[in-house]
Design a protein around this ligand. Sequence first.
Ligand code: ADP
Ligand code: MG
Length: 242
Amino acid sequence: MPDAVRLEVTGVTRSFGGRPVVDHVSLSVAAGRVTCLLGPSGCGKSTTLRMIAGVERPDAGEVRIDGRAVFGPGVNLPPEARSVGLMFQDFALFPHLTVAQNVAFGLNGDRAAKAARVGELLERVNLSGYGSKHPHELSGGEQQRVALARALAPRPRVMLMDEPFSGLDNRLRDGIRDATLEVLKEEGAAVLLVTHEPDEAMRMADEIALMRGGRIVQQGAPYNVYNAPVDKAAAAFFSDIN
Ligand code: ADP
Ligand code: MG
């Protein structure tokens, strides 16, 4: 039986200055799966993600999470009511808070429950024993893991990640991608990962949605999208993979 659809985006559209930058985008992500929204810079990936998160308002379309409309006719829930976790290139940890306080930031409930969840996540990202350190004492890769733990702490139904690895050292990136994927799978999140790098999508995605000029031009399993590109431009986009 296929996993339940967690995120369903239908016909989402947005123009700036009369120019459509996201044009009737539709996609879905199931529980425990990673969909990569892949395309060149400026094609509308971040705008799409921001509309799903609720920080940018679509002109039209519908966004459903767990079957419930969070944006649609007469509905526009604020970001904090959508059960989405967010992760960007700039991890933006709170510098004055400890690692444990950063991870606990979005958590409600009693102290013991929060501490248990923080401990569980720090273990999951391999940072047990780092709870009382401050962000500046950590490497870039370690900070990225704290940001991942923080985003996952409230158990969001959907994780939205916008180029979360692009600020990291090239040599560390593949290892961090694999470790991140493992944590995401353990937590069972439904993930929409934005990237402009085909090799990242090939490494991490269960499904690729290839975007160009505001539209999704091809969607499918990585192997199929790579081996049967929809047109010459799609083939060229994948050809600089190494
Ligand atoms: P990507 O993430 O794929 O690089 P973006 O979604 O950031 O693309 O941007 C898509 C297009 O929309 C770009 O041409 C960008 O300049 C434009 N754009 C994004 N946000 C705004 C905005 N707030 N006002 C005007 N243009 C915008
Ligand atoms: Mg972007």
